[in-house]
Ligand binder design. Structure first.
Ligand code: IMP
Length: 193
């Protein structure tokens, strides 16, 4: 079975990815399988750059083909930020609720509701050879935070053509439309065709 390293320290993501790939006869190695605990600095300006920094690092360290992802939300009323800084932006507030209220207020004040989530996956197969797979989901910021599923910004994001936030959808429903699953599907198509 072909072996691939998934460069992420997020346990839940790793479990999810291992599960998806098993069906396709691809064996996923995680950082903990290989006892790797150090990570490069995510110093890129874009999702693609950060994903590449991580997948190159993993490949150079282990010699295994390696993929890594980088995701976030881009909000029109914040000039399409926080983008690559999504995690830090949320953590800078005293609670998720405080962050959500601030985003909703800026959305109302500027009368700009649009937002999208993006995931970029970089796959490094050889020295200095990487391929990028992108997934995007368009939507808008809700008028109030709603729902208890998911994580991060899910409670304030309503996907286009829906009237519920991502946090009101089940994991299964979210996975059918999410930015992450779009990018992962493209990666799998590439690897299995
Ligand atoms: P990561 O690169 O996948 O770790 O995502 C970085 C940050 O973006 C996360 O910590 C979340 O705050 C946000 N984010 C990414 N994907 C999602 C999502 O599907 N729902 C909600 N927030 C997300």
């Amino acid at each position: 079975m072909r072996k691939l390293l998934f460069f992420s320290n997020n346990k839940n993501k790793t479990i999810e990815i291992k599960k998806i790939f098993k069906k396709f006869k691809l064996e996923i190695l995680s950082l903990s399988d290989l006892d790797i605990s150090d990570e490069p600095k995510e110093s890129g300006q874009t999702f693609e750059e950060n994903a590449k920094i991580k997948s190159d690092y993993g490949f150079n360290k282990t010699g295994f083909p390696c993929f890594a992802d980088d995701s976030g939300i881009c909000i029109e009323s914040l000039n399409w930020k926080p983008g690559v800084l999504s995690k830090r932006f949320l953590n800078n507030f005293k609670s998720n609720q405080a962050c959500f209220e601030s985003i909703i207020e800026s959305t109302k004040k500027n009368n700009k509701q649009n937002a999208y989530f993006n995931t970029s996956i970089s796959l490094t197969i050889k020295n200095n050879q990487n391929i990028i797979f992108n997934g995007k989901i368009d939507g808008k910021i809700s008028e109030q935070a709603k729902g208890r599923f998911g994580f991060g910004y899910d409670p304030i994001f309503i996907p286009k053509n829906y009237n519920k936030t991502l946090a009101e959808l089940s994991t299964k429903e979210k996975n059918q439309i999410s930015h992450r699953s779009i990018a992962v599907t493209k990666l799998i198509n590439f690897l299995t065709n």
